[in-house]
Unconditional design. Structure first.
Length: 207
């Protein structure tokens, strides 16, 4: 066998081994991961406001009221996958197995009231949470400042979001569920810890 053929065979074996290892690791992550429970704050004071946890087939997000009365949805993901739409199946491996560039996304919704969200986001599950207004306003401003620090936004018409690069790296140990979990904690929610978050579920107190 020529040296060139030997190199090609060797390279093919390395790729097969790498893919096999990646599949095994992803399988391990899937078995290790589970759902975090979200418990809304019990005491929000006299001045409260509604926010919404968004769950659909693509991502997890959080809707917060804006200063002008509209609603803003914030989301987090991998920059290449979401902002640039480089979502070929084989890119799932680097996106999950080691930190890659994250993205913070923001979109201004047409809805101004909670009952309008079900129509605008018909494919999503929406969980309404009542939190202290001061906490919601503080988180909204913090996320908008973080968005502004990300540089020039990239508009994605498929998702309807403006995306910027985020300082937090995206991978299996910090994905959209983890980002939203952090935001919910900032709103006074209690979020259970799991090794790898694959979903978020709101648990209401028993009456």
């Amino acid at each position: 066998m020529s040296s060139g053929n030997a190199a090609r065979v060797s390279g093919t074996r390395v790729r097969r081994i790498s893919i096999t290892c990646a599949l095994l690791l992803l399988g391990f992550f899937a078995l290790s991961g589970c759902t975090s429970t979200v418990r809304p704050p019990l005491d929000v004071g006299a001045d409260s406001v509604s926010v919404w946890l968004v769950r659909d087939a693509r991502h997890r997000g959080l809707i917060l009221p804006s200063a002008d009365g509209h609603l803003l949805e914030f989301g987090y993901g991998e920059y290449a996958w979401y902002a640039e739409m480089r979502d070929a199946w084989y890119r799932a491996f680097p996106a999950a197995l080691w930190p890659t560039t994250g993205t913070l996304g923001v979109r201004r919704l047409g809805a101004t009231r909670g009952h309008q969200l079900a129509t605008e986001l018909s494919g999503a599950l929406l969980d309404e949470l009542v939190v202290a207004r001061v906490d919601a306003e503080s988180l909204r401003q913090r996320l908008l400042d973080r968005f502004a620090a990300g540089g020039d936004p990239l508009w994605n018409g498929v998702y309807g979001f403006d995306f910027v690069r985020d300082q937090a790296g995206y991978w299996c140990l910090f994905n959209c569920n983890d980002a939203v979990a952090d935001w919910l904690v900032a709103l006074g929610c209690r979020v259970s810890w799991v090794p790898i978050r694959l979903d978020l579920e709101v648990v209401r107190p028993e009456s």
